[in-house]
Design a protein around this ligand. Sequence first.
Ligand code: ADP
Ligand code: MG
Ligand code: MG
Length: 253
Amino acid sequence: MSTLEIRDLHVSVETKEGPKPILRGVDLTIASGETHAIMGPNGSGKSTLAYSLVGHPKYQITSGTVLLDGEDVLAMSVDERARAGMFLAMQYPVEVPGVSVSNFLRTAKTAIDGQAPALRTWVKDMRTAMEQLRMDPTFAERSVNEGFSGGEKKRHEILQMELLKPKFAILDETDSGLDVDALRVVSEGVNRVRSGGEVGVMLITHYTRILRYITPDFVHVFVDGRIAEEGGPELAERLENEGYDRFLTGASA
Ligand code: ADP
Ligand code: MG
Ligand code: MG
């Protein structure tokens, strides 16, 4: 079993006016096999948390610790974090012109595992994963993210997660812009990965919609750079009915 431990994390973002504090003391522990939904209003710092965990250079950790099985994640380079088992599906994935999906995935897999996957099993695994995500086989030969529709980008993110088999997967707004059919396919993919019981999932979302398909073990409500409330799946239901107003106005529950 693996554990990701975030302790009193404070993070500032680089702006033209200098560093601006965003995260103001985040405490969160995720064990492999658990799914944690991180919910909250826009601008509350959810993406900042995601980027900070994978080492985006724009974000400065001003204090706090992040440990993966006791190892100091914040001391690792971006590549080292990926090899240690951290995975981020990006909110706005970048285009990589000229690199096919199939080459991109195989290169990533090789970098993370420290050796190239055996070709026969790899081709089979990739084909199976693509079928399950209802992706056309020709997709594997397209350039990464070039001309991908919103749904194709999200499927590609889940495909990466299924094949790279991280210890901890951070899915930032994986549900945004998906129609109901795509949302179902993407959710099924996440649930397949979860069902192995070996991956810890941080599911970041503003809306409760995806949580009808993926039942989280824990829900954390992010407000103003820290966790304002925590609970089980019932908290997501409550947010679906009540929204974030009571957190924003400071009114008590
Ligand atoms: P969320 O993902 O919850 O919507 P973000 O982590 O993206 O929130 O943003 C948190 C806060 O950081 C927001 O108030 C946003 O305006 C601010 N922020 C992020 N990047 C910058 C930047 N480059 N300059 C100024 N403010 C920024
Ligand atoms: Mg946002
Ligand atoms: Mg965000």
